[in-house]
Ligand binder design. Structure first.
Ligand SMILES: NC(=O)c1ccc[n+]([C@@H]2O[C@H](COP(=O)([O-])OP(=O)(O)OC[C@H]3O[C@@H](n4cnc5c(N)ncnc54)[C@H](O)[C@@H]3O)[C@@H](O)[C@H]2O)c1
Length: 265
């Protein structure tokens, strides 16, 4: 397929082949996109480099998203190599492990600042530095989760960060819309990734989602990758400011057969 032929862009957040960013990168690459990759720190460099090389990337560069100078530098280097931008993928999130289980009311100011800084605020400088390079019809896609709008056991501070991220998406969509640039959030169902390991009792999230979702299964990375391609490409040309759920329908559910089973026990 050639949906992304001639399109160039940058992905923040690839960690390994089990991650969501990789799944999206793969679909974009298969469809002809040229992709620049960033890695969070030296430790991640060795994981990201072979993946980026597999996709013939011309730019593999460090970017701790909390470091605005580094972010600025990334886009300067990107411009030298690729010139213009057709898509940006934000698949970056972090919170202290102690803030991802137990009592939400124990969240510290430092934990709040860290989670919201990495996972939500970072989209703003990313969009700011990307914007001057963006072609008309370009897209920004950020990864989010249902914990932004529902209370999900142990998701805690990350739910607040995702709420801020989704709101940021809407404000950026409004501001950039007049230049034909679209900004959306992709809300994925739970996937067992590196980041997910930090969330307390993540296996329960997986089990409950698979039991209650209309499709009676969890999302596969492939499902998320394909939806990432849709949002990053011209296939979603009339869509902006949206939170697009890719969760086998879990978010629509009230009471399910699985809940009925619990009540009978
Ligand atoms: N796994 C899930 O169930 C799930 C569900 C919905 C949304 N998401 C979101 O998808 C995105 C990708 O996460 P994932 O689950 O694939 O896990 P992942 O561990 O593969 O990706 C998280 C990435 O964030 C990067 N990162 C963390 N701190 C950073 C920093 N300061 N600077 C730059 N990069 C930093 C990590 O290096 C990693 O590459 C995240 O936004 C996550 O919240 C995940």
């Amino acid at each position: 397929m050639t949906l992304m032929q001639g399109k160039k862009g940058i992905i923040f957040g690839v960690s390994n082949k089990r991650g969501i960013a990789y799944a999206i990168a793969q679909k974009l690459y298969e469809n002809g996109a040229e992709i620049a990759f960033t890695y969070a720190n030296e430790a991640m460099k060795d994981r990201v480099t072979p993946i980026a090389e597999e996709m013939n990337s011309k730019l593999i560069i460090e970017c701790d998203v909390t470091n605005e100078e580094q972010m600025k530098h990334v886009f300067e280097e990107y411009q030298k190599v690729y010139g213009t931008i057709d898509f940006v993928i934000h698949a970056v999130a972090f919170a202290n492990k102690e803030d991802l289980h137990g009592k939400f009311s124990d969240t510290t100011k430092a934990g709040w600042d860290l989670a919201l800084g990495v996972s939500a605020y970072s989209l703003i400088p990313m969009a700011r530095y990307a914007k001057p390079l963006m072609n008309e019809g370009a897209t920004i896609t950020a990864l989010t989760y249902l914990g932004s709008v529902r209370a999900v056991c142990n998701y805690n501070i990350m739910g607040v960060a995702k709420a801020a991220l989704e709101s940021t998406v809407r404000y950026l969509a409004y501001e950039f819309g007049k230049d034909g640039i679209r900004v959306n959030a992709l809300s994925a169902g739970p996937v067992k990734t590196l980041a997910a390991k930090g969330i307390g009792d993540f296996d329960t999230m997986l089990k409950v989602a698979a039991m209650k979702a209309p499709l009676r299964r969890n999302v596969a990375l492939e499902d998320v990758g394909k939806a990432g391609l849709y949002l990053a490409s011209d296939m979603s040309s009339g869509v902006t400011g949206e939170v697009h759920y890719v969760d086998c329908g879990f978010n629509i559910m009230g009471v399910s057969e699985a809940d009925a089973g619990l009540v009978k026990q």
